[in-house]
Design a protein. Structure first.
Lengths: 332, 559
């Protein structure tokens, strides 16, 4: 029933919002299908709308961030890249660009996106994998939630924090470095924060995925995690700390493949993906922070939050900061 | 016969070698190449970086404690359960048989999470329960510890050990024990001087397979070890590749080579320890009579003891899964939690558009893959046990190659290999990959079973004019039924829940249940994940019942 409703809405609403070039549409229809590799969650509803709207068969393959580069490069180098369109964190997209995997394409759908989202003619940034502090609102009163990142060093949070491993989780490493570059006034203050956080003995897990469960169940009280879980884990008693400082995250990019078997369908898909309607759906269904102007996830107060992208760190930087955090958090 | 055997051995070496060596060779290339792929300029840097890490010593020590501990737990528990199930008149045997293999049916990540909900030091359910007892108010049993990891990994490896030991126990010739008793040996003396030594090949096989599996295990070290800041080789390898966006699987393979070398050494140690195979023959042409020991007065107390043990160790985590699948989010049992229970997560899983296709593909891979895998395993086990040449030793090592590699690496090895073949992105890559990787699940129970069949039986058949294949079909295979059933169950349940290869090799149209598991786990959606886990248990139970019924139909001797 829900799927029928999606198809119905797509037929009614989307044509007006997605007025693609008819020549492109014809060529894309002749190709018949499009393959999309992404590391994101819950894309199926958007694929359904695209398929209903265009009559094409959009096929989606989810690949985890850790295997994304290995998979795409293996296929590309063997001449068997099956993806027409690729979506991944910006640092991964930039590595793919350097290897010649991406093709130039400027989508008209992103014309009103902020200027910084298009730094070259291949990758279009469309969202930020934003990181925040989420807490169990049955165990922590809103008034007691952190107001600044520094509040996490308060001993009252000892053994009550969960976060991804700062020695190995690339997004967390980049986020901690982002704090130094965007939030703390001096390196000393940043170090003080890191040492205070480490002294509170946070529980460390593999990635962001396992961070909300211990907070939901009350095993831990607060997580350095993603506010989007407030949507995906509803009705769990989760809320996010409204900080005076900005939220930060790794940008998400999308591009078409230089060896796309269905290049026109790929362009049509990218045009569709970047429309305000598609982005609104992504934001509403999975709480993503998208960059289509005026679109915000339905999380109370998020439309007023300042969310900024983190600089892309080189692999060498990530590795050396990871080693540094390993020492600070005493992970020997 | 000798000529046929001499053809069979190289043919099997070529086939098994092709299946298992190709991905490993790709990983070896990758470990010596610059860049992220299988081929690049020659370098030793990945080995130098991997093996000069100052933390490696501590990690190896943790790994040794972890794998030895969990293998002792798995083999010890399996021995107890297999003995009670196959050799005694304990009631409700079938229930214990299912309970012993339940951990094989659940995605390991889910079983580990279930134990975290039971025994985390903050609000684990068992801790909360025990804190109600006066004097224990401050109790905090911590699952995030080496003993916690050993317990959970031991339980997860229990089915492997059980399914190897049970067929060996079932075909035990009681006249050996009777001889001991006639000579004045007590029950305990008979157990330790006759029963267990005769079962040595099966016990060692179970122990070594558990060692190899726990060496390659990632779920327990990541879900339970990492939060406790206890790192073993598998998590060390993960961290070495995950630090950054450009995961270097060549470097992971370089570290993984030590795991591979350890596993291969263990196989040779096993062969050496069981080299005098004649000692372990229990089914000969002179009479074969497995029998049941009456527990008499101890029947129900023993049932109670094993029942409680099974309840706490296996049934309770499964009940936690059922509970998690019905509450809207991770919550401690309470009136509020029970009032919020619903089938929402189950409905979401069932309505998932690729669920039906995944289910179909997984059942196909489970049934067809396990049948094919066991057929191959019969021939491989035959050569390993009955030929016992250097070539058969090579074949045994080859059958362990892909299996021994840490799971997070071997999938990429298969991808590097299959992408160069026309099979890439088809369901056949999954089928071949599964069989190649999990071949020991078929070979090990069958090897243990073959060891117990005396060559007199084959020789009698040949004297009567039968060829080797007729002898195999008419004489040997019927005696191997318990081993075949065990191997099939191990393979089928593994293929239904397989995750490591599936997430790398699955593409649109070839989705399997693991794809859903991966998706739910990555998003932290434990409710849907638990619902899917229970569905997998139901499917696997159906497959186990099927295998058991077919096995009973063809069983040559009544127990």
């Amino acid at each position: 029933m829900k799927r029928l409703l999606i198809v119905f809405l797509a037929l009614i609403i989307v044509p007006s919002a997605f007025a693609a070039d008819s020549d492109l549409v014809q060529k894309a229809k002749a190709e018949g299908q499009v393959s999309f590799y992404a590391n994101m969650t819950a894309i199926a509803p958007i694929m359904d709308v695209f398929n209903a709207q265009t009559g094409l068969a959009g096929k989606y393959t989810r690949i985890s961030t850790s295997k994304f580069l290995a998979t795409v490069l293996t296929e590309y180098q063997a001449g068997k890249l099956m993806a027409d369109v690729l979506q991944a964190p910006l640092p991964v997209m930039q590595m793919l660009k350097a290897k010649g995997v991406l093709a130039p394409y400027t989508s008209a759908s992103a014309a009103d996106y902020p200027a910084w989202t298009r730094q070259d003619d291949q990758i279009q940034t469309f969202g930020i994998e934003y990181v925040g502090l989420i807490y169990n609102k049955e165990l922590v009163k809103a008034a007691d939630a952190p107001k600044r990142y520094e509040d996490l060093t308060d001993p009252r949070w000892k053994n009550k924090i969960v976060m991804a491993n700062p020695a190995s989780h690339a997004t967390t490493i980049s986020w901690l470095v982002g704090l130094k570059e965007n939030v703390f006034k001096s390196e000393d203050k940043w170090m003080e924060f890191l040492k205070g956080l480490a002294a509170n003995r946070p529980m460390l897990v593999k990635s962001f995925g396992p961070t909300p469960a211990p907070v939901e169940s009350g095993e831990k009280h607060i997580a350095i995690s993603m506010p989007k879980y407030i949507i995906t884990k509803a009705p769990a008693p989760l809320d996010w700390a409204r900080l005076e400082q900005p939220l930060m995250g790794t940008p998400r990019g999308i591009a078409i493949s230089s060896s796309a078997k269905n290049p026109n369908a790929a362009k049509l898909f990218m045009d569709f993906w970047l429309t305000k309607k598609a982005m609104a759906k992504l934001s509403a269904e999975v709480g993503e922070y998208v960059l289509a102007p005026g679109v915000f996830p339905p999380i109370d107060g998020m439309d007023k939050a300042k969310v900024i992208p983190i600089r892309t760190l080189s692999e060498k930087e990530i590795s050396s900061y990871g080693t540094m955090f390993k020492k600070i958090f005493k992970l020997h | 016969m000798v000529n046929k055997r001499s053809v069979l051995t190289p043919a099997l070496i070529a086939l098994v070698g092709f299946l298992t060596v190709c991905p490993v060779v790709m990983l070896i290339f990758g470990s010596f190449s610059t860049g992220l792929g299988a081929f690049g300029e020659f370098t030793l840097d990945k080995y130098i970086q991997g093996y000069t890490d100052p933390e490696l010593g501590g990690i190896i020590l943790n790994t040794i404690i972890f794998v030895l501990g969990s293998s002792f737990v798995a083999t010890g528990l399996a021995l107890l359960l297999a003995y009670l199930n196959t050799r005694t008149d304990i009631p409700f045997k079938f229930m214990f048989r299912i309970i012993s293999i339940i951990p094989m049916m659940i995605p390991h990540i889910l079983f580990s999470v279930s134990w975290v909900l039971l025994l985390n030091p903050s609000n684990g359910l068992i801790n909360l329960f025990l804190r109600q007892i006066p004097g224990l108010e401050n109790l905090a049993i911590n699952i995030y510890s080496l003993p916690g990891m050993i317990l959970v990994e031991g339980l997860l490896d229990l089915p492997i050990a059980y399914l190897i030991l049970a067929p060996a126990m079932a075909s035990f010739d009681i006249s050996l024990e009777e001889s001991s008793k006639v000579c004045g040996g007590s029950t305990l003396r008979t157990l330790f001087r006759v029963t267990l030594p005769v079962l040595r090949p099966a016990i060692l096989a179970a122990f070594i397979l558990s060692l190899v599996r726990s060496l390659a295990s990632f779920a327990v070290p990541s879900v339970i070890g990492m939060p406790g800041r206890i790192y073993v080789l598998a998590t060390h390898i993960y961290q070495s590749i995950a630090t950054g966006f450009a995961a270097d699987f060549g470097k992971a393979a370089a570290i993984g080579m030590s795991v591979l070398a350890t596993s291969i050494t263990l196989i040779y140690v096993y062969r050496y320890l069981t080299s005098e195979s004649e000692k372990y023959v229990t089914i000969s042409s002179r009479g074969y009579r497995p029998s049941v020991i009456e527990l008499k007065g101890a029947r129900y107390p023993m049932f109670g003891l094993v029942g409680i043990l099974s309840m706490i160790l296996i049934v309770l985590p499964v009940l936690v899964l059922l509970y998690t699948s019905m509450v809207p989010y991770s919550m401690i049992p309470s009136a509020k939690a029970f009032s919020m229970m619903s089938w929402k997560h189950w409905i979401e899983v069932i309505n998932d558009p690729i669920s039906l296709l995944s289910l179909k593909n997984s059942v196909f891979l489970g049934v067809f893959g396990a049948t094919l895998g066991v057929t191959l395993s019969i021939f491989v086990a035959y050569v390993i046990v009955k030929v016992r040449s250097h070539a058969s030793g090579l074949l045994e090592s080859l059958s362990f190659l892909s299996f021994s590699f840490p799971g997070i690496v071997i999938g990429v090895g298969f991808m590097w290999f299959f992408v160069r073949t026309p099979l890439y992105a088809t369901i056949w890559t999954l089928l071949i990959g599964y069989i190649a990787t999990y071949l020991p699940y078929g070979v090990r129970p069958l090897t243990s079973a073959f060891v117990q069949v005396h060559s007199h039986l084959e020789e009698s058949s040949q004297v009567c004019g039968a060829g080797p294949f007729t002898t195999m079909r008419r004489i040997v295979i019927p005696l191997l039924i318990p081993g075949i059933v065990s191997g099939w169950i191990l393979m089928a349940t593994m293929f239904v829940r397989e995750l490591t290869l599936s997430v790398v090799l699955s593409r649109p149209g070839t989705e399997v249940l693991a794809v859903q598991i991966f998706r739910f786990a990555e998003d932290g959606l434990w409710g849907q994940l638990s619902a899917l886990g229970i569905m997998m248990i139901i499917i696997s139970t159906a497959l186990v019942l099927l295998a058991t019924l077919v096995g009973m139909k063809f069983k040559p001797v009544e127990e």
